[in-house]
Design a protein around this ligand. Structure first.
Ligand SMILES: O=P(O)(O)OC[C@H]1O[C@H](O[C@H]2O[C@H](CO)[C@@H](O)[C@H](O)[C@H]2O)[C@H](O)[C@@H](O)[C@@H]1O
Length: 363
């Protein structure tokens, strides 16, 4: 059931500013943000494995059930936006912009989300970001309007031509590779078990694995990660998946925090996501910003809930058509300077030394 009726005026024409796949492949350098990634932002991600069912929510600090987002909440949303000098709109990909499908390669954002996001991304007072569990290169080929991409659950951050990779994730990428290769062999006999190697992390898919075989997949995956990953790697849950990644104190919420700190004072952050790894991002934007959980009825750190990617389009359309007009870019005197920094890809992460190494996208 669709709860929200936020659409008001028609959408503006989709913006330009699309980034080509060539540019994705032409990342030339990497900002070292080790200090920020390893010290400044402690993790809030769950680190324990739990069942990969569709509705698992994992531990959260805030056990309340998000309110279904309806027109009754518009005054509240307007009041929040009226205090903003800028908007940061962060979006998860799978289950948020794109409906969940059996084949991860077939996932695509809905046409309405593509149009609404293009319109929003064209607004000067808005910074859009995709914050995904997919690899940055992968998600960037699937949705190409946002200015910022955080891939592999925030372990890699792309901004203009710049790419930053969490240093510990870089160090442990070889281990992830070995684990993925091993799992491809070990899980080969299990029907429909699939390993997605994302370089900094890996994903074992069980969505179309016969239910009776899923515990075997979990056990084998756990065993391989323990044996070959040691203390360096961890397993995390997702929607019908097991995520393998470096056991570091960094998650989507940390990436959102880092992006937020680069934007003007009085930037209001909005985060929309559907899964357990999005909870740290909800915690990072709430309560001054707006967290919206897509699907499910479980407790969440998000204040609001919508049912589906179709409802996400309604939210983005409303933001583009009405919400953005409430933002006052002159509220913050530093606005002009900060945006100038933001548009310079080589200096986008303010305060981080420019110690770049070859990007993994080019390795
Ligand atoms: O953070 P996200 O952008 O939501 O990415 C999380 C994972 O999404 C993908 O898996 C999920 O979507 C697939 C396609 O709909 C679906 O088949 C799978 O069951 C879902 O878990 C992606 O394949 C993973 O790499 C991401 O980590």
């Amino acid at each position: 059931m669709c709860h929200i009726q936020l659409a008001e005026p028609p959408l503006a024409a989709p913006g330009t500013g699309r980034l080509s796949n060539d540019r994705t492949e032409r990342y030339r350098s990497e900002i070292s943000i080790q200090r920020a990634m390893s010290e400044q932002y402690p993790t809030t991600e769950p680190t324990t494995e739990h069942p990969t069912n569709e509705t698992s929510s994992g531990p959260t600090d805030d056990p309340s059930i998000p309110a279904p987002l309806t027109g009754e909440h518009l005054p509240q949303l307007r009041a929040t936006l009226a205090d903003a000098s800028h908007l940061l709109v962060c979006l998860d990909f799978d289950g948020t912009l794109a409906p969940i499908v059996n084949d991860p390669d077939a996932a695509a954002p809905t046409t309405e989300n593509v149009a609404a996001l293009a319109s929003l991304a064209a607004a000067d007072s808005v910074t859009t970001a995709i914050v995904s569990g997919r690899s940055l290169v992968d998600v960037r080929t699937r949705v190409d309007d946002p200015r910022i991409y955080a891939g592999n659950h925030g372990l890699e951050l792309g901004w203009s031509e710049s790419l930053a990779i969490h240093p510990a994730a870089r160090e442990r990428a070889t281990r992830v590779e070995v684990v993925c290769e091993t799992l491809e062999n070990v899980l080969d006999p299990i029907p429909n078990a699939r390993v997605e190697n994302k370089r900094l992390t890996g994903t074992v898919h069980v969505r179309t694995v016969p239910s009776g075989a899923r515990p075997v997949v979990h056990r084998l995956t756990r065993s391989v990660v323990d044996r070959l990953g040691g203390d360096d790697l961890k397993l995390s849950p997702g929607k019908r998946i097991l995520e393998i990644g470096p056991d570091v104190n960094w998650g989507k919420g940390d990436a959102v925090n880092l992006i937020h700190t680069q934007l003007p004072d009085d930037t209001v952050p909005i985060y929309i996501g559907d899964d357990v790894t999005d909870e740290s991002a909800f915690r990072s934007v709430e309560p001054t910003g707006i967290g919206i959980r897509v699907g499910g009825t479980e407790p969440s750190a998000a204040s609001y809930r919508v049912d589906s990617p179709n409802d996400v389009a309604r939210v983005l359309e409303w933001l583009s058509a009405s919400g953005v007009s409430l933002v006052d870019p002159y509220r913050d005197d530093s606005h002009g300077d900060r945006l100038a920094v933001q548009r310079d890809g080589d200096q986008c992460f303010d305060g981080c030394p420019k110690q770049w190494s070859t990007s993994m996208a080019n390795e």
